[in-house]
Write a protein that binds this ligand. Structure first.
Ligand SMILES: Cc1cc2nc3c(=O)[nH]c(=O)nc-3n(C[C@H](O)[C@H](O)[C@H](O)COP(=O)(O)OP(=O)(O)OC[C@H]3O[C@@H](n4cnc5c(N)ncnc54)[C@H](O)[C@@H]3O)c2cc1C
Length: 431
């Protein structure tokens, strides 16, 4: 066991922690290292803020829980250990005609991490969140109790653990339902929109015809223009040639991301032409995975992602207000994603998505100026009973968290007494 400084994906927060590797799924729960007050499961650290960090405590890494247990190619039911990455699952199942029912924008996350944040993808309007496709899992508690959890068995633990940000215990293995596909290709349509109203109309007409829908928003001003992508799995069956993967080898001394480079990026990206195309699933679902360590472009101070959901009854007006606030504060977001969430409920009691629209904005960590902007954005989100996504958060107040997740008191009763995180202490102890 070693003390290590670990960073999460945004690279703003660095926490010294004792790192304990869970030796095997069947092993007993490890003892707390001397001097550590708590433990937190750790997958691939692809969460942006402090929900995957535990300063002053220990991290329980799941890298050894990387075994496949079974895959039934007739039913698409997969059983694997919780440290298996989505990338590994895709490598096994796609050639056999199956795909993940829900995937986030990176495939380098573990199954345990995907459940703990109840991740969502571009098909939320059809398939809901990841938790909707979890059939069962085993939860190992710090008292060495092992609970098999499903909608029928230990249903309350099932519900608390899906979206339970790693606090209810360690998920050791999971049983998931995959979805059938013909091959690795996607039929994609690309359409420019020049206002949020147009985005709303495109979403309304696309949700019933397209499995995957997402928009890139040009945040260089407050207009609300962008590019809309909608896609279905293609009937094309040919297997594929591996795309080139680049990597940023070092952290540059200063951020490459500033208002000028964002303007240039947006101008170039806006030139993308409208039309239909066939794309391999990797660049379609995981464009950022094509550049290893892309998070380093923000330099040594790192960056924040601000992701909120605005309930459907408020329409798109709050999003327009948020764009105006970004512009008024003289800031710009490098990558801005807008997407509608559907009404399919998740079994997870703390799940982030709700019917409405989600906006994700990336900002370099510029200190006080970006914090001022976040305060303005928080006010808009709180004013419409919206909420922020813990997987992306490293700074929301306890008050905003409590307002966004009214089920918190009930959830707290499921938190394992030996488990905690930087995020949990911050929002539960802070104002
Ligand atoms: C480029 C990029 C794109 C992304 N796109 C999306 C997106 O489209 N949608 C979305 O929802 N998210 C998205 N995310 C966020 C990411 O999917 C989540 O943060 C995910 O949970 C990270 O998984 P991980 O394995 O890295 O877990 P970590 O970040 O290491 O941990 C995440 C949480 O899971 C808990 N955990 C991990 N393993 C276990 C286990 N075995 N048992 C119990 N708890 C466990 C941890 O304690 C922690 O609370 C994106 C992230 C990146 C970097």
């Amino acid at each position: 066991m070693a003390q290590q400084i670990l960073r999460s994906w945004g690279r703003v927060l660095a926490a010294p922690a004792d790192v304990v590797d869970m030796p095997a799924a069947a092993a007993p729960f490890p003892a707390l290292p001397a001097g550590s007050s708590s433990l937190l499961p750790f997958g691939k650290g692809r969460s942006y803020g402090d929900s995957c960090l535990n300063p002053g405590g220990a991290l329980l890494r799941t890298k050894n829980l990387d075994h496949f247990i079974s895959f039934d190619k007739d039913t698409g039911i997969l059983v694997c250990e919780a440290g298996v990455q989505l990338a590994d699952i895709l490598r096994v199942i796609v050639p056999q005609g199956w795909f993940l029912p829900v995937t986030p924008g990176t495939r380098f996350v573990t199954v345990g991490g995907a459940i703990a944040n109840d991740v969502h993808g571009k098909n939320h309007h059809r398939n809901g969140a990841f938790g909707c496709h979890v059939r069962r899992f085993e939860l190992l508690r710090s008292n060495n109790e092992r609970l098999i959890c499903s909608a029928e068995e230990n249903a309350d633990w099932f519900s608390a653990t899906i979206g339970g940000i790693g606090l209810t215990g360690l998920i050791t293995w999971v049983e998931l339902q995959m979805q059938p596909i013909s091959g690795p290709w996607m039929d994609v349509e690309t359409l420019h929109f020049s206002s949020l109203d147009e985005f709303g109309k495109l979403t309304a007409e696309s949700d019933s015809r397209f499995e995957y829908v997402v928009a890139w928003l040009d945040c260089s001003d407050a207009v609300g223009r962008g590019i809309f992508f909608r896609a279905n799995h293609s009937a094309e069956t040919e297997q594929y040639k591996k795309p080139l993967c680049l990597s940023l080898p070092v952290v540059p001394p200063v951020s490459f991301v500033n208002n000028l480079s964002i303007k240039l990026f947006n101008t170039l990206y806006n030139k993308k032409s409208d039309g239909s195309s066939r794309a391999h699933y990797e660049p379609f679902f995981y464009p950022l995975d094509g550049v290893g360590n892309w998070n380093r472009i923000y330099g040594p101070k790192g960056f924040y992602q601000y992701q909120c959901v605005i309930p459907a009854r408020h329409g798109l007006a709050p999003i327009q207000e948020m764009l105006a606030a970004v512009s008024k504060n003289g800031m710009s977001s490098f990558l801005s994603v807008l997407k509608g969430f559907g009404s399919k409920p998740s079994p997870g009691m703390m799940s982030f998505p709700c019917e409405g629209v989600t906006l994700a904005l990336d900002f370099a960590n510029t200190g006080a100026s970006v914090q001022r902007l976040f305060a303005a954005l928080d006010e808009i989100v709180a004013g419409v009973d919206g909420r922020l996504y813990p997987a992306k958060d490293g700074r929301m107040s306890g008050a905003l968290f409590r307002a966004g997740y009214p089920v918190l008191e009930k959830f707290s009763t499921f938190v394992d007494p030996a488990f905690s995180s930087g995020f949990w202490r911050r929002v539960m102890e802070g104002k």
